[in-house]
Write a protein that binds this ligand. Structure first.
Ligand SMILES: [Zn+2]
Length: 450
């Protein structure tokens, strides 16, 4: 009995499928593009037929080239037939995009007709007029003014009439290359013991900030080209070093006593010196002949006007100690060479890093502390965030172009980025201090006097 019932039922099921068409891809149409901004837009769609199989995904896809597909940017806006609304995001301002709706079932993906639209143009707010010929860029990281008939103290007095006394370093970026030097550091104040220099405050002496006490120094960048991480890291280091001792270097085969830099030493940091692991003594059996193969990149830049070769360098341990960023016990011994001369043998040229030294002096961090005193304040109770005010200086008032504002703004973003960036050839300040210190460059409106 069972069989007689089952067989006709199976036959009915099979039979009922035969007249149906095989499933196809869905049918979808693209609606209007609306709500266009600089970075977003909306688009509607309508799946008018499922093609005989369930619609498992639908939405819009877009691209800057024609016929966008679901392998690129897309939204997902539910399943099934009917209308839907999609929001396009993360678009670039002032850019033409191509948009299609899509709907997917088990057979494949169908696309609606293509539409195109252009995102809105970015409104760049004009610079804010701060008075006295000072203007602030809309992003709030850089100001500009003119230097004609104004001394540095005049400029600083104007700055402190507008900004609160919370600035650690002022960066002056000379648009017209009128400051004929790559970079320079002008010390204004020292409140740290143990650096090999006294405590003082030029700001009150020169009266540009009579009640102030904060500004450490002014760094001048000769032009937009010189406004780069390399010069910035070097000049910032002059806040703390080298005030411990004279050093020596060879210029045109003559020994010179130099100040502020590390000279012929193995400090190997932002202020010069060579890598101790590469130094060999006893060249050709002479105990006073040395070889330091990276000497050119590290020290002779001053004489040669060449690059300093520190783009990818981190601060030396001695520098990080003086900056207050590592404890004294982390500083290895440093060796200073003097009584310098060129080796009188053409096989050992200075250009290849060979030199003779009559005196070699090695200082431990204990020696340094007994000479100059311990650093006070001492790590870790030290400052590790430094507020920067960046000023573009032009000869004439209001002489900054939009792209020049952007150039300086973008370089500040790179210099101050508090993390590893994707450029290993030029380390930012955070990277060069091993993540121990950061520069604060933005929200200048927050330190404006009200
Ligand atoms: Zn220097």
């Amino acid at each position: 009995m069972k069989q007689t019932i089952t067989l006709p039922l199976i036959a009915f099921v099979l039979f009922s499928c035969i007249p149906q068409e095989a499933p196809m891809i869905p049918v979808v149409s693209t609606g209007e593009i609306t709500n266009i901004t600089t970075t977003t837009a909306s688009c509607s769609g309508n799946v008018t037929a499922d093609g005989g199989a369930e619609v498992t995904a639908r939405g819009v896809c877009w691209s800057i080239s024609e016929n966008p597909t679901v392998s690129g940017s897309k939204t997902t806006n539910g399943t099934d037939t009917g209308t839907f609304a999609a929001d396009l995001t993360n678009l670039t301002a002032n850019t033409t995009y191509y948009v299609r709706t899509y709907a997917t079932n088990s057979i494949g993906t169908a696309y609606g007709e293509q539409r195109s639209f252009k995102t809105a143009e970015e409104e760049v707010a004009p610079p804010t007029d701060l008075g006295d010929g000072f203007f602030m860029h809309s992003a709030g990281r850089v100001i500009a003014t003119h230097y004609k008939d104004r001394s540095m103290n005049d400029l600083l007095a104007h700055i402190y009439s507008k900004f609160r006394d919370e600035i650690d370093f002022v960066f002056f970026v000379y648009k017209d290359n009128s400051y004929a030097f790559g970079g320079g550091y002008s010390a204004m104040m020292n409140d740290v013991e143990g650096l090999g220099r006294g405590l003082y405050n030029e700001g009150t002496i020169y009266n540009y900030n009579p009640n102030g006490e904060h500004l450490y120094g002014v760094i001048r960048f000769g032009g937009f080209q010189e406004f780069n991480p390399e010069i910035m890291k070097h000049e910032l280091c002059h806040r703390w070093a080298n005030y411990m001792r004279s050093t020596y270097q060879l210029i045109s085969n003559v020994e010179y006593e130099i100040h502020a830099h590390w000279g012929f030493s193995d400090v190997n940091g932002m202020l010069g010196g060579f890598d101790r692991t590469t130094v060999r003594a006893n060249i050709a059996g002479n105990p006073m002949w040395y070889h330091a193969p990276n000497i050119n990149g590290c020290e002779l830049w001053e004489a040669q006007g060449a690059t300093m070769g520190i783009e990818d360098k981190i601060y030396a341990p001695l520098e990080l100690y003086l900056m207050g960023l590592i404890p004294a016990e982390d500083v290895p011994d440093v060796t200073f060479y003097s009584g310098l001369s060129v080796i009188p043998n053409a096989s050992y040229p200075l250009a290849d890093g060979y030199f003779a030294a009559e005196a070699v002096e090695t200082w431990s961090i204990g020696d340094i502390i007994s000479r100059f005193g311990a650093r006070n304040p001492a790590y870790p109770n030290t400052q590790n965030e430094f507020r920067i005010l960046t000023v573009i200086l032009t000869e004439e008032p209001r002489a900054i172009q939009d792209d020049e504002w952007e150039l300086v703004n973008n370089m500040l973003l790179k210099m101050s980025y508090a993390g590893p960036d994707d450029d290993d050839s030029s380390l930012n300040f955070w990277e060069a201090t091993l993540g121990k210190a950061t520069l604060i460059v933005d929200e200048l409106d927050q330190i404006l006097k009200q």
